[in-house]
Design a binder for this molecule. Structure first.
Ligand code: FAD
Length: 278
């Protein structure tokens, strides 16, 4: 069972719990991006199981007519086992989702996986006419050029700063430089992505920039935040723009919870206070 402490960041262990989370968020005008926790499988079995679980989740979302999407990780669908395994599993999920009218996001993982992820995205963006989205990381040097390729495709792109720690040959490692790249990429996207822009950030400065760029270019946009992070701000934003919460679920929650707690001092203090008080 997930301890109450971790429940702030993780919807639950079962699909039923993430669906319940989606119902609660929908009542507050917030959509849910459901991510089944799991990554870097080195055998085919768990990758096939997660693909099957996503297909069931897609059916549940469609049957319940929920404002929810799914977000998959390439290595969860078998990319470390082989690109063919990943492509096969992704096709199963995307085809089912397309049949049932559910949108599929592809998360972006560490830098050696970028090319395979973008290639798979391009294929499905064309096949489905845009019922898929992909995440790109502003800290990677290649991203600004990748955006030019992605601007030509149907589908959606979520810009994030980047959660991995890539080497300097491929990435900007200075925070100010990453922020500058984020601003630059965001401007490019608002100017060139007619179908809309997804901003995956909790940073008030970037969210206000997105709002100004929306005023300047008229391009539609959505804000996406992680479950448990700046939720009050997300609910406030729901009055003015399209907002989504990324809600992870599943029994592999421990390492995800650990990452959330360690990435910010406030989260660590919150965890410590909860342990001491109860
Ligand atoms: P930061 O640069 O971390 O912080 C800037 C400011 O934002 C802070 O000063 C503070 O004001 C505010 N802030 C940030 N975090 C918090 C917090 N926990 N509590 C309160 N205020 C806070 N990364 C990937 O590499 N691949 C992915 O596929 C991916 N998908 C993502 C999907 C979503 C929906 C989101 C929101 C993030 C995703 N990320 C992904 C993570 C992303 O790359 C960043 O690591 C993460 O969002 C932190 O960057 P930031 O822009 O939120 O702000």
């Amino acid at each position: 069972m997930i301890p109450p402490l971790a429940r702030r960041f993780v919807a639950g262990e079962s699909a039923a719990e993430v669906l319940e989370r989606a119902r609660q968020l929908q009542a507050r005008d917030v959509g849910t991006i459901c991510n089944r926790l799991g990554e870097h499988y080195d055998e085919r079995g768990p990758a096939d199981e997660d693909a099957a679980a996503y297909c069931r989740l897609v059916d549940d979302i469609a049957d319940a007519d929920l404002r929810a999407r799914v977000s998959v990780k390439p290595s969860q669908l078998g990319l470390d086992v082989g690109e063919d395994v990943f492509r096969e599993n992704l096709a199963r999920v995307v085809e089912r989702a397309d049949d049932r009218g559910v949108f599929v996001w592809l998360d972006m993982e560490d830098h050696p996986t970028v090319e395979a992820t973008l290639n798979a995205y391009e294929h499905h963006a064309r096949e489905t006419g845009g019922n898929v989205g992909v995440c790109v990381q502003a800290n990677l040097r290649r991203t600004r050029t990748d955006l030019e390729r992605l601007a030509e495709l149907p589908g959606k792109v979520r810009l994030v700063k980047g959660a991995y720690d890539p080497p300097a040959e491929v990435a900007y490692r200075d925070k100010q430089r990453v922020d500058a790249e984020f601003r630059d990429c965001l401007r490019y996207m608002f100017a060139n992505f007619e179908g809309g822009v997804a901003v995956g950030s909790h940073d008030p400065e970037m969210l206000s920039l997105a709002d100004s760029l929306h005023e300047e270019f008229g391009t539609p946009y959505e804000v996406q935040m992680l479950m448990g992070v700046r939720e009050d701000a997300l609910f406030d934003l729901a009055d003015d723009c399209e907002v989504w919460q990324y809600a992870p679920y599943g029994d592999r929650w421990l390492s995800y919870f650990y990452r959330r707690v360690m990435e910010r001092r406030q989260n660590a203090l919150f965890a410590l206070r909860a342990i001491l008080s109860g």
